[in-house]
Design a protein around this ligand. Structure first.
Ligand SMILES: Cc1cc2nc3c(=O)[nH]c(=O)nc-3n(C[C@H](O)[C@H](O)[C@H](O)COP(=O)(O)O)c2cc1C
Length: 274
C-alpha cells in the first residue's frame, strides 16, 4: 500500500524551484570553470557524468520513498541538498565540486520520484472518486474511548477541500450510536467504500445499531488497523479514508443531522494505498 500525499502543491512548487536551480547551475557552472582556465574536455566529461546522474537517479530511486516513507525521504532530500550546497560555498575545486553536484543529483532524484508519484496519485484519485465515492454508499467506522470500533452505513457524505485541508464531511443523525462515538469517543473516523464482495454489509450496518450488535461480526467484515488514526479501516473496500475531526456543526433545519468534518490523513484503494 502506498501513501497518498495530499500536500502536493507545496512539493510541486519546491520542485519547480529546484529544477530552476539545477538548470541555471547546469549552465553557469561549466562556463565558470571554462573561464577559470580548466581543461574543457574534463569539464565536458564531468558535466555529462553529472547530467547522467540527474537523469537516472529518479528511475533508480523510484521505490525508495514508498519503503522509507515520503516525509522522511523529502526531509532527507531537501536537508541533504542544503548541506551539500553549503559545501559548494567552501570549495570550488573542480573534481570535488562535481562529486558534490552528482550527490545533489541523487538527492534530486529522490525528490523527483516523490513528485511524480504525487502527481500520478492525485490524477488517479480523480477517476476513483467519480467512479466510486459518490455512487456507492459508504461504511463509516468509529471508535469508543476504550477502543471498541463500530460501523454504520452513510449516504450523506462529501469530499473536497476546506481551509486548504482535504476534507470528508459526513452527516450523522444524533440518534445513531455512531454520533455518540464521534462526539464522546475517539475524535476520528474512517470512511470506507465497499467493493461488491462486501456490499451486503451496507444493509446490515444501516439497520442494526452498534449499541447492541457487533456489526463487524454480523456483516463478516475484517478490520484493518488504522495507519494514521486509531479507528480501523475495513478490508475489501475500493476506497478507505482515515480522517481526524477538525470541525463539526448542525446541518440546519432540513434534517436533524450533525455534520462532522474530517481532515483526510491517509487514503487507500483496494489494491494499494494511493
Ligand atoms: C444506505 C444507507 C445510508 C444511510 N445513510 C445515513 C447517513 O448518511 N446518515 C445517518 O445518520 N444515517 C444513515 N443511515 C442510517 C444508519 O446507517 C443506521 O441508522 C445505523 O443503524 C446506525 O448505526 P449505529 O447506531 O451503530 O450508529 C443510512 C442507512 C442506509 C441503509
Amino acid at each position: 500500500m502506498k501513501d497518498l500525499d495530499y500536500r502536493f502543491f507545496p512539493i510541486l512548487l519546491l520542485s519547480l524551484l529546484r529544477m530552476a536551480n539545477a538548470f541555471s547551475n547546469g549552465l553557469a557552472i561549466p562556463l565558470y570553470y571554462y573561464q577559470a582556465g580548466y581543461n574543457p574536455t574534463l569539464i565536458g566529461f564531468l558535466s555529462a557524468a553529472m547530467t547522467l546522474t540527474y537523469f537516472f537517479s529518479p528511475m533508480l530511486l523510484e521505490n525508495i520513498p514508498d519503503q522509507f516513507g515520503k516525509k522522511k525521504s523529502l526531509i532527507f532530500s531537501v536537508g541533504g541538498t542544503l548541506i551539500l550546497q553549503s559545501f559548494f560555498q567552501i570549495s570550488l575545486e573542480l573534481l570535488l565540486f562535481f562529486i558534490l553536484r552528482a550527490a545533489e543529483g541523487v538527492l534530486l532524484g529522490l525528490f523527483w520520484s516523490i513528485l511524480i508519484s504525487s502527481i500520478s496519485l492525485v490524477c488517479s484519485m480523480e477517476g476513483i472518486e467519480e467512479d466510486n465515492f459518490f455512487t456507492r454508499a459508504s461504511l463509516l467506522a468509529t471508535m469508543s474511548k476504550d477502543g471498541k470500533p463500530n460501523v454504520m452505513s452513510v449516504l450523506w457524505r462529501s469530499i473536497g477541500e476546506l481551509w486548504m485541508y482535504p476534507v470528508i464531511t459526513v452527516a450523522v443523525s444524533p440518534s445513531r450510536y455512531s454520533y455518540e462515538l464521534l462526539t464522546k469517543g475517539i475524535r476520528e473516523f474512517t470512511l470506507n467504500v465497499p467493493s461488491d464482495k462486501i456490499s451486503s454489509a451496507i444493509d446490515i450496518c444501516g439497520t442494526y445499531s452498534g449499541r447492541n450488535t457487533d456489526k463487524f461480526n454480523l456483516a463478516n467484515l475484517t478490520i484493518i488497523p488504522g495507519k494514521r488514526v486509531k479507528v480501523p479501516t475495513i478490508k475489501d473496500c475500493v476506497l478507505s479514508y482515515e480522517c481526524k475531526i477538525i470541525h463539526e456543526t448542525d446541518s440546519g433545519n432540513i434534517e436533524p443531522h450533525h455534520l462532522f468534518f474530517g481532515e483526510i490523513l491517509a487514503a487507500y484503494t483496494l489494491k494499494e494505498e494511493i
